[in-house]
Design a protein around this ligand. Structure first.
Ligand code: ADP
Ligand code: ADP
Ligand code: MG
Length: 450
């Protein structure tokens, strides 16, 4: 087992990783920015080392300082969490070159799956159904328009390097093409430093259903069932649940098999997620693979009783998976609400500030992954997600009852949060009936002032 690792992240995911390490007797080194001196991860790790200024480019993306911190503190590995450097193949390669274990897949696989156009190509070859579309070179605007006319409208223009819902534009008719093409290109350049695009048919009112993969370094690959992540705003997840109420046993089995086949096609290692879009007829299409731990991993942990972060650490320590596909048993139902410091009545504008009052819900079936405490000042430099509230019930109805009870208990003073907005989703009749898709928040919520 690895003895000491550096955690190249912050917030609740850094805390989550520290907890797994403690249970496995692995020592931890936190990195922090000058804006995160008082952050919980900085205080909770065995050691903490400042790697730069508050801006992410100076600290959490500062590869030179992070690698130096790792070597200086004698760490054998780096857990990248999600976001930041977690899907940066150059960083994973540098780790390898410095003899530091990157806790994730090989850099070649990160590179391949990080280019979503290339990923589509590989999946097609592996007989994995992908969203109809075009992943070849796009030479010019005219070329893109010609391809689009062949694919047919509505369609989506997407950034090949995309992530976090950025660089995606819907085009409903040819007249809207130019403006959206240029917007996607600009956003991609601004967010990801490059503007390679690809084009997909727009799937109407789809559900986003993804499969959690675990793969060891000996070629054993299993899945831990699915998560439904259709409740989104601006293509970003808001509330997730597992299992999905849309899948029956046979579709679940089929998608699980395809997900494992997709992971095998790239010789995948460690934890990863295959994201699918599923249309109303139950046709499913590969959308992308996330080569890292995901925000919503806890709901899978609740219904499988498998600690995914510990599995990541064991796999990175060269241990064989000790769970087979047959061992994976889905039990009960789990829901996650992302708790964000943002103002739903003001177009979800981020609301950093000082938390001057805090009561965190607990009790049977309630789990909170967060990095906040009373008196904590949420810095303005980072993501607005300040925690995740997860509930578990023996069935969906009970998971919902518990979530409403827990949201009611949650008291965060000093900053505006989306807690009431989450409550509104849970009370909606269509949500209660499981009758929703990715357009639910935009079309069904009264107070969605987006
Ligand atoms: P998940 O797929 O785990 O639900 P999200 O899409 O919500 O993850 O992203 C998790 C975090 O990582 C968010 O803070 C998001 O902004 C960030 N993120 C995801 N992909 C990228 C990317 N390619 N580049 C930069 N940040 C990203
Ligand atoms: P990201 O890398 O930003 O997570 P994804 O490719 O996973 O981007 O897409 C994010 C979300 O955008 C999906 O969950 C879905 O709601 C929507 N989306 C993406 N592609 C399509 C499509 N072809 N048709 C309909 N919705 C789509
Ligand atoms: Mg995605």
């Amino acid at each position: 087992m690895l003895k000491k690792i550096l955690i190249a992240n912050r917030g609740e995911i850094a805390i989550r990783i520290i907890r797994a390490c403690r249970e496995l007797d692995i020592r931890t080194v936190a990195i922090y920015s000058e804006g995160d001196k008082d952050a919980l991860h900085t205080q909770m790790a065995d050691e903490a080392i400042c790697v730069g200024g508050p801006l992410t480019k100076d600290s959490y993306l500062n590869v030179t300082n992070i690698l130096s911190a790792c070597v200086l503190t004698g760490c054998e590995g780096i857990h990248p969490g999600f976001g930041f450097l977690s899907e940066n193949p150059k960083f994973a390669k540098m780790c390898e070159e410095c003899n530091i274990k990157f806790i994730g897949p090989d850099f070649e696989v990160i590179e391949l799956m990080g280019d979503k156009a290339k990923a589509r190509k590989i999946m097609k070859k592996a007989n994995v159904p992908v969203v109809p579309g075009y992943e070849g070179e796009i030479n010019s605007y005219e070329h893109a328009l010609k391809i689009s006319n062949e694919i047919g409208y509505p369609l989506m223009i997407k950034a090949a390097a995309g992530g976090g819902g950025k660089g995606i534009r819907i085009v409903r008719e040819p007249g809207e093409f130019k403006h959206n093409y240029e917007a996607a290109k600009l956003e991609s350049k601004a967010c990801f430093g490059e503007d390679k695009l690809y084009i997909e048919k727009y799937i109407e009112c789809p559900r986003h259903i993804e499969f959690q993969i675990l793969a060891d370094e000996y070629g054993n690959i299993i899945h831990l069932g699915e998560r439904e992540c259709s409740l989104q705003r601006n293509n970003q997840k808001v509330l997730e649940e597992a299992p999905s109420c849309f899948l029956d046993k046979s579709l679940r089995n089929e998608m699980g098999k395809v997900a494992v086949r997709a992971a095998k096609a790239v010789n995948y290692k460690n934890a990863g997620t295959i994201e699918f879009l599923v249309d109303k007829n139950g046709h499913f299409y590969f959308m992308e693979m996330n080569t890292r731990i995901q925000v919503e991993h806890p709901i899978t942990e609740m219904i499988t009783n498998i600690d995914i972060v510990k599995e990541q650490l064991k796999i990175a320590s060269n241990m064989k998976l000790d769970i087979t596909q047959e061992d994976v048993k889905i039990n009960g139902h789990a829901i996650e609400c992302r708790i964000n410091a943002e103002d739903p009545s003001n177009n979800f504008r981020p609301c950093p500030g000082v938390i001057n009052e805090l009561y965190v819900p607990s009790g049977p079936g309630v789990r909170v992954d967060s990095a906040i405490y009373c008196g904590y000042e949420i810095p303005p430099y980072y993501d607005s997600m300040i925690g995740k509230l997860i509930t578990f019930g023996d069935d969906r109805e009970n998971a919902i009852i518990k979530m409403k009870r827990a949201l009611d208990e949650f008291a965060i003073g000093g900053v505006i949060t989306n807690i009431d907005f989450q409550y509104e989703i849970l009370e909606h009749e269509d949500f209660i009936n499981g009758d929703y898709n990715t357009s639910f928040i935009e079309t069904k919520l009264v107070n969605n002032n987006a």
